[in-house]
Design a protein around this ligand. Structure first.
Ligand code: UDP
Length: 149
């Protein structure tokens, strides 16, 4: 019995983040990582790589019927990306707040997309939109031994 400690409502989560080619091209990896760390998230895994067309198509498979799919896959393979696992309290939602809205024109002040995105497509960062997708997207890029909390 008795009151539950406040900590029971606080979930330490992990989410998958990608710093997209528009941002790596402009040398913004450090500036973006600073937003995550100042926002209370820890970078517990990180790798720079170039996506193949196959990887981009598989990663964005849910969007394959959308008009923007082909262009999005071309953009995502146009330069290096930095895939990373972010960890912290409510990390999935927290990261979405730090990122801002998909379209930078709609993104709130102080968000990554407001400050750095070039367009709705070249919007600097990806972040998982649910805990379930986060688990799948993390496994797409990382093995367990590469994630060090
Ligand atoms: N995207 C695009 N045109 C659109 C909508 C989305 O090019 O009209 C791109 C954009 O890079 C976005 C990604 O597709 O980040 C995935 O779209 P989603 O709706 O899942 O947005 P997100 O979860 O990234 O905010």
């Amino acid at each position: 019995g008795g009151p539950q400690p406040r900590e029971t409502n606080m979930a330490i989560e992990r989410t998958l983040s990608i710093i997209k080619p528009d941002a790596t091209r402009r040398n913004l990896t450090g500036a973006i990582n600073d937003r995550f760390e100042k926002g209370g998230l820890r970078i517990v895994a990180q790798k720079r790589l170039r996506l193949t067309p196959e990887m981009a198509g598989q990663f964005y498979e849910v969007h394959k019927e959308r008009s923007f799919f082909g262009s999005l896959c071309e953009f995502m393979t146009s330069g290096p990306v930095v895939a990373q696992v972010l960890e912290g309290e409510n990390a999935v939602l927290r990261n979405r707040e730090i990122m801002g809205a998909t379209n930078p024109a709609n993104a709130a002040e102080g968000t990554i997309r407001k400050d750095f995105a070039e367009s709705i497509e070249a919007n600097s960062v990806h972040g998982s939109d649910s805990l379930e997708n986060a688990a799948n997207e993390i496994a797409f890029f990382f093995s367990e031994i590469e994630i060090v909390g």
